[in-house]
Design a protein around this ligand. Structure first.
Ligand code: ME8
Length: 517
């Protein structure tokens, strides 16, 4: 039976203080792969991404450029949405925190926390990093090369003194510790110890409003205060479901996918706000690693910032998506370079999978006038291949995706593709054409079935290429699910007199331009 429970997945919402970089693309693609896999498994999925537009970081960037923060956000948010669209990211809502329903939701959660007695007015005196939009305790700071104080993330901090609303974070220590120790709540598990240690040190109440600027959500009933940007940013996950009105059955979120640098906000502050507002906490937070450019962090000063849309235009959307999921152990840092993308795309997508499909479909088109081959009894080699592919599509690939072992899911798929290639070489349908045309048909039918199943199984990673291949194969839409592809679907299709045309290449061979060679 297909799983029909709802699945709500979110990415972090990005700061639109500049254009998107490869890290943003990586997170959006990974979330999209997970969302598409869950849909393929038959679950009802809601997928939200967007931009985080308030706060000092946006206000300062706008000031630097001599424009309003709203104007900056309008322009830059457009690039983030365009990136998601270009990369085939299947979000249900692209949220912007400047939208009116988000202001309403943020004020509602504020009032719920206030009603619970968790907010009080005081004066904040301490360190703030505008780059991280985070408050830091003196004891967390590190020394920079010139002796200056830096945040633990290496960003500049400034001394801040202002009247502020505070949230009673300290009250939630016990509940948060319990939550952090709940298996599966925070993954990968390696990120858990750091958060547990942070809570065990003792939590100080959190400053949750600002009075020195006004680019934010207004604190209800408190003139001159705007919310601390993380209070409203985190609330985006509720806004998209209609909070404070009925949120349907998508809350609590199944998965907040975020990067490793913002785990504290998602596994300490956010659950505490929710507990205070008497709402359930998310089921899982996954902190993925960072993507590096040839092992280096991208930065404007190094001049190595890559536009992910340009990368996709150059190598192909699916080649880029495949590379990122295949190359990086999900949860760990990873590195990319044009050579590595070209190598994976040509070797695995082009040679291994693309050629398999091309050879099989080309052979059917040429020798059977495109009519699907008939099956005249399978032999042991066919059964062995079916078993291998079946194990991949029913067990190995879904289990890996379900456990967020995205790289392993692709590896399991690739092993099954290799098995198909070994089979076609061993069975040599081009020889059978002369010696045993009936056996040739069975071999081609066996391959046809396996290719269709593998096209469906990899569709979360390379959705457009999979769809094109399934179109060429004539596989009806309602069969393009994990459940659909497992049933006895081939004979009715073969008997329908469907005729395929000569295939067009799925993955054009990529060349490395001279400047990268
Ligand atoms: O943190 N590789 O926004 P952001 C992989 N607005 N992921 C990366 C990365 C890299 N090199 N650099 C950044 C924010 N990320 C907040 C989030 S959520 C309520 C508010 C990830 O634009 C980063 O970890 O700085 C985060 O998950 C996302 O990109 C957006 O980062």
């Amino acid at each position: 039976m297909a799983e029909t429970t709802p699945f709500y997945i979110t990415t972090a919402i990005s700061y639109p203080n500049g254009k998107p970089h490869i890290g943003h693309a990586y997170e959006a693609i990974a979330a999209d792969v997970i969302a598409r896999f869950q849909r393929l498994s038959g679950r009802r999925v809601r997928f939200q991404t967007g931009t985080d537009e308030h706060g000092l970081k946006m206000a300062r960037k706008a000031e630097e450029q001599g424009r309003t923060p709203a104007d900056l956000a309008d322009e830059m948010s457009g690039y983030f949405r365009a990136m998601c669209d270009a990369l085939n990211v299947s979000y249900d809502r692209f949220i912007r925190t400047s939208e009116p329903d988000h202001h309403r939701a943020s004020q509602a959660i504020w009032q719920a926390m206030e009603a619970n007695g968790d907010l009080y007015l005081d004066r904040y005196e301490g360190w703030y990093s505008v780059r991280d939009e985070a408050y830091y305790d003196e004891s967390e700071l590190v020394e920079g090369e010139g002796g200056e104080k830096l945040s633990p993330q290496g960003t500049p901090v400034e001394w801040t003194v202002e009247e502020s609303w505070f949230f009673r974070l300290s009250k939630y220590e016990g509940q948060l510790l319990e939550l952090l120790k709940t298996p599966g709540f925070l993954e990968p598990a390696s990120r858990r110890n750091e958060m547990i240690a942070f809570v065990e040190q003792g939590l100080r109440d959190l400053s949750v409003s600002r009075t020195s600027f006004d680019w934010g959500v207004k604190v209800p009933g408190s003139d001159g205060h705007v919310m601390y940007v993380w209070v409203d940013a985190l609330t985006n996950y509720l806004t998209g479901l209609g909070y404070p009105d009925d949120m349907g059955d998508f809350w609590p979120a199944s998965l907040h996918l975020i990067g490793k640098d913002i785990v504290r906000f998602h596994t300490i502050y956010w659950p505490a706000f929710l507990m205070s507002a008497k709402l359930p906490v998310p089921q899982k937070v996954f902190g993925h690693g960072f993507l590096l450019n040839r092992g280096q962090k991208e930065s404007k000063s190094l001049g190595n910032v890559t536009d992910p849309v340009a990368l996709a235009e150059r190598f192909g959307v699916d080649a880029l998506r495949y590379f990122l999921i295949r190359e990086v152990a999900f949860g760990q840092d990873g590195s990319y370079s044009p050579e590595a993308i070209v190598q994976r795309a040509n070797g695995e997508l082009g040679n291994a999978f693309g050629n398999l499909a091309q050879r099989t479909l080309g052979f059917i088109a040429k020798n059977l006038e495109g009519y699907l081959p008939a099956i005249r009894g399978h032999d042991a080699a066919d059964t062995a291949l079916f078993e291998t592919v079946d194990r991949a599509i029913t067990t190995e690939i879904p289990e890996a995706f379900e456990n967020l072992a995205l790289q392993q899911a692709v590896e399991a798929w690739l092993q099954a593709v290799f098995a198909c290639n070994a089979y076609i070489d061993a069975q040599a349908p081009w020889t059978l054409r002369k010696t045993d045309p009936e056996r040739m048909e069975t071999v081609l039918a066996t391959l046809y079935i396996c290719i269709a199943q593998l096209a469906v199984a990899i569709s979360p990673v390379i959705p457009a290429s999979s769809a094109r291949l399934l179109d060429m194969l004539g596989v009806p839409d309602d069969l393009r699910t994990l459940e659909g592809i497992r049933s006895h679907w081939y004979s009715p299709l073969a008997e329908s007199d469907y005729q395929l045309s000569a295939p067009t290449p799925l993955f054009p061979r990529l060349e490395l331009p001279a400047e990268d060679a």
